[in-house]
Design a protein around this ligand. Sequence first.
Ligand code: SF4
Length: 96
Amino acid sequence: MNGPIGLDSLASLDLTSLAWKEQGLCREVDADVFFPERGQPSTEAKEICMMCPVRTECLEYALGRTEHGVWGGTSERQRQKMQGRRVRAHWNRASA
Ligand code: SF4
């Protein structure tokens, strides 16, 4: 799967099972690639994620958690922004 993942599609996933982790491409790569030092690029990890068959599941798993490193093709900072948008959208719907 390439391209951005919509937040709405993430919310419909069933993540009670973590079996998707077995299919992650990162299992075949040095973990350091996915946990770069602060200020270091995460480009290589994100490129691997873009080819990963379980990117959607991985991203949903990491959203809302304080997971460090690259998950689902996003950095921790990107996930914080996504989670903020999700919370705002929820509140906007609730107050409409
Ligand atoms: S999306 Fe990236 S971090 Fe997540 S399982 Fe796939 S390769 Fe690993």
